[in-house]
Design a protein around this ligand. Sequence first.
Ligand SMILES: Nc1ncnc2c1ncn2[C@@H]1O[C@H](COP(=O)(O)OP(=O)(O)OP(=O)(O)O)[C@@H](O)[C@H]1O
Ligand SMILES: [Mg+2]
Length: 282
Amino acid sequence: MTVPLHAVKIVDRNKAPRDFQSRFLPRELSIWPRMKHPNIARMIDVFEDISRVYMILEYAENGDVLRYIQKSGAIKDHLARIWIRQVGDAVRYLHDQDITHRDLKLENLLLDSCYNIKICDFGFVKSHSMKELSKTYCGSKSYASPEILRGEPYDPKKADMWAMGVILYIFITGKMPYDESKGNSGVLEEQRKLSFPWHKFKYVTPDVKSVILSLFRASYTERPGIHEVMSLEWMRKGLEPPAAAEPEGAPGGKQSPVSIQNDSKLDIQREFATALHRSRGK
Ligand SMILES: Nc1ncnc2c1ncn2[C@@H]1O[C@H](COP(=O)(O)OP(=O)(O)OP(=O)(O)O)[C@@H](O)[C@H]1O
Ligand SMILES: [Mg+2]
């Protein structure tokens, strides 16, 4: 019998800032355990002693996606689509419940034993019982939307969408789109220009470029929400079998969509093995 492994996230209350303890930690502890989705790392249990909080988490054997991309560089269209769709599936699950993650970034995307995405770190999560805008500056500057960098009240769902754009850009190019070291005004300038060296990146296609640019729409009211993005053609490619492959008069019409996870498992493992091989050879 194999015993499932768990990870433990330990927060030392004596070292944590006051607002983190009073606002952020209670939200993480109340919302995360309720999240049940194949692409969200499960929080299985939580307990405390005098000074520390222990979160017992589903263990993701293959680490986080930042580490993966640092080893492998840019990832191919096919794998980028699988992973961003898995991120999107989880984000749709959250947004449909009026919950926003507010810290989506490569370090917070874990990989399980089959290289499926598991979103973790609900340290900035928020549940929006009212439709008010957020005012707290959360997350990392490289993934922050222009309205957040300008310090304006923002729609947290649309801020998650911007972060998804940054994630997809990094998947496909292996580079960060915005240079955090330039400070808020420097990043805002880059976000306004959107002049990226697309020609340098071998996995960029017009279709994926257009998905990324739609997520980088400056005005959050015009930026697409998760349902709109998930229905874009590039995102859906491979989900439905081509019409010509459908047997005539087949009962129920279309076949059910192929399972992303099983279908792609081998491919991902092969890519990962290649990446490891390459990095060992360096
Ligand atoms: N369940 C898990 N399985 C495997 N690795 C994990 C797991 N949870 C977290 N990690 C690793 O630990 C890192 C930090 O975890 P997490 O983001 O939850 O903590 P954090 O306190 O918010 O840290 P940070 O401030 O760096 O975001 C992740 O980026 C990941 O590499
Ligand atoms: Mg984190």
